[in-house]
Design a protein around this ligand. Structure first.
Ligand code: BGC
Length: 749
């Protein structure tokens, strides 16, 4: 499909020479005659832009044109702007800032200057049309946004009167194809009011009660020259003082210089990840809390999921999962919204994607991100660890990692499972296949992935006693080979859905399993294969870990006859560890499923309800309002994990909700189906959820739900099946095949 957008007469312009900070305003006057029937504006930028007509913003969308693979494509936004125009003289202005393209992102800057292109097409009743495009006739004015970078934050001076600096220069250096907008628009969402804390250090800190990505809006009367400076933080330290050392080099400051009278203070080109702000500068002794609002900003996806139980802690955990998504689905799926990263780490996205589909409709969101992933796939099939790609390794030596780059197969497949849309699968099948073929070429054995550097079971707990150790003890080669087997299986499934002959890959898969079992397994358990240590870290590795067994069970690398004993061994390891998990990013997403699917549901539930560290509810008990990157981001005694890597808003462990929905509310796509048109409903009631559990999801056919309620001596189940949907319900009393409608069943406790 050709998505290219050509501008008729507009040219790329820049203020590079006159506005070195990157923020600037371009403007031009133009004439509108009588009989205007249509007015359309189109624009994009290398950097960020806002389009104004006669001083008014023409959209409520933020951060346009979004974050794409800037070497490959820039998305063009189109606006119907007739309502903003009047007959006679009008002004078109473009306010630009650095954003993702011209700020430092993950130690790299894509471009050293901002450029913009825009075109306004006026169509009249008599059939004539006028096109006003950016060119050297546009004037450049200084911007009241004095500075703005993604990590540094923004300085906005409301006393600043834009000064005419000269004329725009053409920028022939931009050669990136311009394409139609894809994905969701980024918009302002929930709003929170503040509570004032005076900390033991005597600092004034506002607590908005919810960690999120967005900004603090301030509306207040001011006097020209007064200043407000806000520092942002996610947590208070154990003494109750403001803390944001975990932001690393992201200064995350919001600086405002007020004008006389009413002031509306908010950033234009920066966002922040925070729950608290410290008033570093504030002109008054009294703080008028009603002036402050925290505004969440994220991609405007449709909310489709709903979940609640009779257990307040589990409900909070679910809210934290949802807020992890809200905070990290700001145009691309990011690792975290606060420190000097905020990039599209593929491993985080793949482990969370099923959960993401159960909270929001993320089809368009992932379509956009996967387009960039496919565009950036290397000729040899390699998929980057970060999409849009950021060149973080100068020698390019370890760009491709198991469990991260595998997102290139897992994400298209999960989007297909969630929405049943074959078009996306078909579009990305070449990417999926090329990735599997790439891994075949790695190492000396086609059927295994040995010897490369990986992140492995990132942040796994076995080596938690080594201060600051980021790596679990599961062997990287085992993880890489297990994931290779898993994604080859998904490729085969995708090929079959698309009617392709997959025999070559079926044969590969059989060889993968045999080689894996020979190399990494004995008697249904995993063993040490010490030939390589993947990423050569100074950490101990172990033959059997919770993660190694979880992957073997989940991906089907053990024989059916071994399953029960392997799962029993895994459950015993957990029990012997005081019913605690030791898994990192990759293991955690698979652990509860591996137990539940293999006769160890009780242990899975015990882990879910575990409250002592490490566990999901540990962070809830410590006041978390989002998912933490580490199980022990904040330790029992209130001290923190080292500042080098300690985010309180990383959604990876939020993957637990796909287990809650799929195995406890018990709703899944029946084997071999997609898009929730044939449901498999098998709920698992547990009194620890309190008096009830309710989960629902809006699908294309309507809302489905699965709920149960504990009554005096019985359990009442309620299910809703949308139109054009059938469900197979499995209850202790039997199996029921049902169609559209609402159903109630009773079972004795
Ligand atoms: C990020 C992670 C990411 C990882 C790669 C970290 O710095 O924050 O979430 O997946 O690097 O191991």
């Amino acid at each position: 499909m050709d998505t290219s957008v050509k501008f008729e007469s507009a040219k790329w312009i820049t203020a590079r020479a006159l506005c070195p900070s990157g923020t600037a305003i371009f403007a031009r006057r133009f004439f509108v005659g009588s009989g205007l029937v249509r007015a359309t504006a189109r624009a994009t930028a290398v950097g960020l832009y806002y389009l104004y007509l006669n001083g008014k913003e023409t959209t409520d969308a933020l951060f346009t044109p979004g974050f794409t693979a800037y070497d490959h494509r820039l998305m063009v936004q189109e606006y119907d702007v007739k309502a903003w125009l009047a007959e006679g003289e009008n002004t078109l202005a473009l306010s630009v800032g650095n954003g993702w393209a011209a700020s430092e992102v993950q130690f790299h800057i894509y471009t050293d200057h901002v450029s913009v292109i825009a075109e306004l097409t006026l169509e009249y009743a008599d059939g004539t049309r006028t096109v006003i495009g950016t060119d050297e006739s546009f004037s450049i004015y200084s911007s009241p946004v004095l500075e703005s970078t993604l990590y540094g934050g923004e300085i906005y001076d409301l006393t600043h009167t834009p000064a005419l600096l000269g004329n725009a220069s053409l920028d022939p250096t931009v050669t990136t194809p311009t394409v139609r907008h894809q994905g969701e628009w980024i918009r302002r969402q929930e709003r929170f009011s503040a509570r004032l804390i005076v900390t033991p250090k005597g600092e004034r800190v506002l607590d908005f009660g919810q960690n999120l990505a967005g900004y603090v809006e301030i509306r207040m009367q001011g006097k020209a020259g007064q200043r407000i400076v806000l520092s942002h933080g996610e947590v208070l330290d154990r003494d109750g003082n403001f803390y944001n050392e975990n932001y690393r080099d992201a200064k995350s400051l919001a600086t405002y210089i007020l004008k006389d009278g009413e002031n509306l203070l908010r950033p234009f080109f920066a966002f922040y990840g925070y729950r608290y702000v410290r008033l570093d500068e504030y002109p008054y002794d009294e703080v008028d809390l009603s002036a402050f609002t925290s505004v969440a900003v994220y991609s405007d996806m449709e909310r489709t999921g709903d979940f609640h139980t009779g257990n307040a802690k589990i409900n909070r955990l679910y809210q934290n999962v949802v807020w992890g998504q809200r905070s990290n689905f700001l145009d691309i799926p990011t690792d975290c919204p606060q420190r000097d990263e905020r990039v599209g780490w593929t491993g985080d996205a793949q482990i969370f994607i099923r959960t993401a589909t159960l909270n929001y409709n993320v089809k368009r969101f992932f379509e956009k991100w996967l387009t960039d992933m496919a565009l950036e796939q290397e000729k040899d099939g390699a998929i980057h660890r970060i999409v849009p790609f950021i060149h973080i390794d100068k020698d390019g030596s370890d760009r491709y990692a198991a469990g991260w780059s595998d997102a290139g197969v897992i994400c298209p497949w999960e989007i297909y499972l969630a929405y049943g849309d074959k078009a996306l699968l078909s579009e990305h099948f070449p990417m999926m296949k090329a990735w599997v073929d790439y891994v075949r070429t790695r190492g000396e054995e086609e059927a295994l992935w040995l010897g490369d550097a990986h992140w492995g079971d990132w942040l796994g707990m076995e080596n938690a006693h080594i201060e600051g150790c980021l790596y679990g003890a599961t062997q990287n080669d085992l993880i890489a080979s297990a994931y290779f087997y898993y994604v080859t299986g998904l490729l085969i499934k995708a090929g079959r859905v698309l009617g392709m002959d997959m025999r070559e890959y079926e044969d590969l898969r059989a060889r993968q399993k045999a080689a894996f079992r020979k190399t990494f397994m004995k008697d249904g358990l995993t063993v040490l294969y010490p030939k390589y240590d993947g990423l050569a870290t100074n950490r101990p590795v172990m033959g059997v870990t919770q993660t190694s067994l979880a992957l073997v069970l989940r991906f089907g690398l053990c024989e059916e006859s071994e399953r029960a004993a392997t799962a029993a061994h895994l459950a015993k390891m957990i029990r012997d560890n005081g019913t605690h998990l030791t898994t990192g990013f990759l293991g955690t997403g698979n652990l509860l499923w591996a137990l539940a699917e293999n006769g160890q549901m009780q242990t899975a539930l015990d882990l879910l309800f575990q409250e002592s560290y490490p566990s999901w509810l540990f962070s809830v008990n410590h006041g978390a309002t989002t998912m933490w990157e580490h199980w022990d981001g904040m330790k029992e005694d209130g001290t923190f994990w080292p500042v080098s890597m300690n985010s309180f808003n990383h959604y990876a462990y939020g993957s637990v909700y796909d287990f809650i929905f799929g195995a406890i509310a018990g709703v899944q796509n029946a084997e071999g189906t997609a898009g929730y048109t044939h449901l498999w409903i098998r709920p698992t009631p547990d009194p620890r959820f309190g008096d009830h559990l309710y989960a629902s999801l809006k699908t294309e056919n309507g809302r489905l739900s699965s709920a149960y309620y504990f009554e005096q001596d019985r359990v009442r189940y309620e299910f809703t099946v949308p139109k054009n949907t059938v469900a197979t319900v499995l209850l202790p009393s039997g199996k029921y095949e049902i169609g559209e409608g609402s159903y109630t069943y009773f079972e004795t406790k």
